[in-house]
Design a protein around this ligand. Structure first.
Ligand code: FEO
Length: 168
């Protein structure tokens, strides 16, 4: 069992992961609007991964005999100044999520909930990857600058991203 404090915090993180999915889906829609279908594909895959993260929390809450409580999902931003602004947002968002995961780990340690701490370690590692990916994407878009031929090449590259379901 997890205690009530942990249950509430895990439910809040479930909401945050689904919100991340919603935010990235909004970014996908923005890229569709500006005719960068490859960029949109990359974001759509990212959105699916976030929903998968949310489901990991959903399943874990249930496995520990606690209750899932779904709250409203905040409306995400819908417009960005440029593709560069989108990837700056992705990186700042992922850094924020890393902070949320760190807070959860702190709480698990404080509550002496070793099982939850263990469960959360997957997310600690995942956030390293998420920030790494965001930095890489940002660097690519930054290097492209206003050169439409490079943006076109990136668009082709991002069109090839497919979802790889994470391992348990
Ligand atoms: Fe669920 Fe992008 O971290």
């Amino acid at each position: 069992m997890v205690n009530e404090k942990m249950e509430a915090a895990l439910n809040a993180q479930l909401n945050a992961e689904v919100y991340s999915g919603y935010l990235y889906l909004s970014m996908a829609a923005y890229f569709e609007d500006i005719d960068l279908a490859g960029f949109a594909n990359w974001m759509r895959v990212q959105a699916e991964e976030e929903l998968e993260h949310g489901m990991k929390f959903y399943d874990y809450i249930i496995r520990r005999g606690a209750s899932v409580t779904l709250e409203a999902i905040e409306k995400p931003q819908t417009e960005w100044e440029s593709p560069l602004a989108v990837f700056e947002h992705v990186l700042s968002h992922e850094k924020m999520v890393t902070g949320l995961i760190n807070d959860l780990v702190d709480l698990a340690i404080q509550e002496r909930d070793h099982a939850t701490n263990n469960f959360l370690q997957w997310f600690v590692e995942e956030q390293v990857e998420e920030e790494e990916n965001a930095m890489e994407m940002l660097a690519k878009v930054k290097l492209a600058g206003d050169d439409n031929s490079i943006i076109y090449t990136l668009n082709e590259e991002f069109a090839t991203r497919v979802r790889t379901p994470s391992e348990e």
